[in-house]
Every structure is written in C-alpha cells, then in structure tokens.
Design a protein around this ligand. Sequence first.
Ligand code: EPZ
Length: 422
Amino acid sequence: MNQLVISGGKRLEGSMEVHGAKNSVLPILAAAVLSGSVSIIHNCPRLTDVEATLEILRHLGCRVQREGHTVIVDSSTLDRCDIPEGLMREMRSSVIFMGALLARTGEARVCMPGGCELGPRPIDLHLSALRRLGAEIREMGGSLRCRGRGLHGGEIALTIPSVGATENAMLAACGAEGLTVIYNAAREPEIWDLQQFLNACGGRVSGAGSSTVVIQGGRALHTGEHRVISDRICAATYLSAAACAGGEVELTGVPREQLLPVTEVFVQAGCRVRTEAERVWLRSEGALKSVSPVRTAPYPGFPTDAQPPVLAALCRAKGSSVFVETMFENRYRYTMELARMGAQIRVEGRVAVVTGVPCLSAAAVEAPDLRGGAALTVAALAAQGESRITGLRHIDRGYEDIAARLRELGAEVRRTTDSVSP
Ligand code: EPZ
C-alpha cells in the first residue's frame, strides 16, 4: 500500500513554481480532438487524471506524445467516437469528451462519468446544453448515445454556472454552424484558458471570464500551441500547509487575484501575505486566529476545492471558524479523519464549525477524495509525530509528486510502498 509518511512540526521555507492546472488541462486535452490536427500543450502536470485523459485520446485513435511537461496530440488519426466505461469512470471530466466528439464526428457514445464522491453530481445541464445545439441524446441505463450531425448555434441559459456544462457547450458550439451564446456561464479562470486554447487553434470564442460566452461555430480549426495556466487550488493547498505548519513560502505562477479569497482568510487568521502579479508570499508563525464565516461560491468566490485544505489549516487556530459548503453535499468526509488527529470539527449538513486546538497529534488516516487528501496532508505537516496517509490514488489525481514538492519546502515527507504481509 502506498503511503505518505509525514513527520510534522517542521517549518516550511522556500519558493516553488506551481504546476499546471488539472481543471484546465483536462478540457483542453479533450478540445484537442476538434482540430483534426496537431495540438502542442505546454505545462501539462504529471497527474493520474491527465494520464487517464491521454489514454482516452489514444483509445479514440489520436497519436499522443509527452516530452516532459509538454504533450503533443495529433487528432488527425481519430477514428472512433466511443469511450469505454472503465475510462469514463476514471474521472468526472471525461464527460467533456461528449461535446468534443459531437463537434468533431457528429456522434459520441459514452457513459456516466466517475470522479470524486462529493455527493450527487448530475449532468442534466450538460445534456440540455448539447440538446439546445441540436444533439439527440438517448440515455439507456448508465450509457449515453449522442448524435449531432448538423449541430446549429443557439442560446444556452445555464440555471447554475456549471464549469463542466460551460466547457461542454463551448466545445460542441465550435462544431455547430452559426453563433452560440452561453448565458450564466461559469467564470472560472479554467474557462478562460479553454477559450485561449480554442482561439489558438483558429476558433472564435469571446467573453470567457464573464457570465456570457460567445462562440462563432463552424470554423475550420488548425494546429495550435498553448501553455496551460497554473493550478490555483494547488497554490491554495501549499499556502494552507505553510499557514498551518508555520514558515515562509513564496509561490509563483498563479495570478494574485485568483488567490484573493484564500489569501484574505489567511490574512484574517494572522498570517502576513504579500502579493505581486504572479507571486504570493505567506509568512506564518503557526499560531493562527479564527476567521469570519467562509462560504464556498462559484468564481470569483471562495473555491469549494480550497475548502478542505484551508479548513485543515484552521484546526489549530484560536477560537471557532465556520465553513458553509454550497457546491457539493458530501465534501466534509475528511473531517472524520482529521478528528483522529485531535481536530475538533462539528459538521451539520453543509456547515462545519472548527474549534481550534493547541496541537494536533500524528495518526494513520485515509484520504477519502482528492482535496480531502490535501487537507490531511496539511494537518499532518503541523501535527506532532509521524502521520501515515493512505488513499494516495486520490491525491495523485491532482498533485504532482506532492512528497517531493513538500520536501523542497523543508518538510519531512516520504512516500513508501509497504508490501502486504501474507
Ligand atoms: C469542476 O467540476 C471541477 N472539476 C471541480 O474540481 C470543482 O469542484 C467544480 O468545478 C466547482 O468549482 C473539473 O473542472 C474537472 P460544476 P464540475 O458543474 O464541472 C451542479 C477538484 O477537486 N450541477 O461547476 O463537475 C453540481 O452538482 C474538483 O479538482 C448540476 O446540478 O462542477 C454542483 O453542485 C472536484 N447539474 C454545481 O452544479 C449539472 O449538469 C457546480 O458543479 C452540472 C452541475
């Protein structure tokens, strides 16, 4: 069994460049099928979700090559439009291939996607957006058959600014004749990044970053080259680690405004924070104060994905802090594992109240999902003694070599593989 073994209590010091954003690179890789040409994508992190996406591309007949952090996808050889259930279940973002395949081939045969178990994660908004562009979709059991020869542009009004539904609609709209307008679109930086990639391939997309995205579809796309933005949630995780364990870290690559909701919490908690265009410094003495209620919200609000590591950092803060999770019903499972380390957290529905304790103690804990695993890592870095974290398959989905990254900052972390005794 793979484990992270963390000896807590070391201050974190140093500078780190944040790797490419998982939630940007996944839809961009799916979008690489649109052009029927070569896409050169830089800053692709080495994550299991990225590798699973490359596997889907290979299954579809694309040629895929990785050179360090650059991935080259040649989709001229794409010759199928189905994705097997095993690959679809690897991660939630596999659903974005629906829009991409419809635009490229007029057909997509997929099934309900997998991903972190954060509560019900319907795809009704994805399906209604694609139907709006003329796709016919039949749902049978867990499988989805989509046909969309002759997609046409249209107006899509999302009832929730869903990140995935916005991305799916953008990709399908590239293959639809005429103009598509997406109202109440998600405003996350990853949507803007997808727009930049599509435009680098000859697409005409505008408005990403605002609530209205406009796509002029039916244009022939060509070879494109793009650098993926840095991962703001990884940045938030490493800031949480330094805030909790104490120390001084500098993170580069993420625009300061993308981290503002998170840095604001740490300023309130008593950390010193300085920011420049794409640079954030955080200094913490490890003794934090409680903060005013943190409510997750779509961008530019406080990101749901940063809720677990930031909450973990506040487990040692003096006083009580309240978190309200508005996105996903089941995003507090990690708090039961934090309790094993001595954290005092009361969860009722979507609200968690964290009452700080003077010190956390090391424990053997299991990551229940990706960001829950990040939260346990943050707490273990500050806990007294040696913690062991299992369930690394979750953490590996979103953090490139987290043990090595933390060692660069002076943490005592190693990854071990215990052989199972007979
Ligand atoms: C993206 O998920 C991210 N994943 C998630 O990252 C992130 O937590 C989430 O956006 C919110 O920021 C990727 O980008 C691959 P949504 P997505 O559609 O697109 C409801 C991580 O840890 N909804 O914006 O699935 C939904 O249930 C993760 O990296 C519907 O009701 O999120 C949720 O309450 C996990 N019907 C809300 O909308 C739909 O058809 C927002 O979800 C779609 C969504």
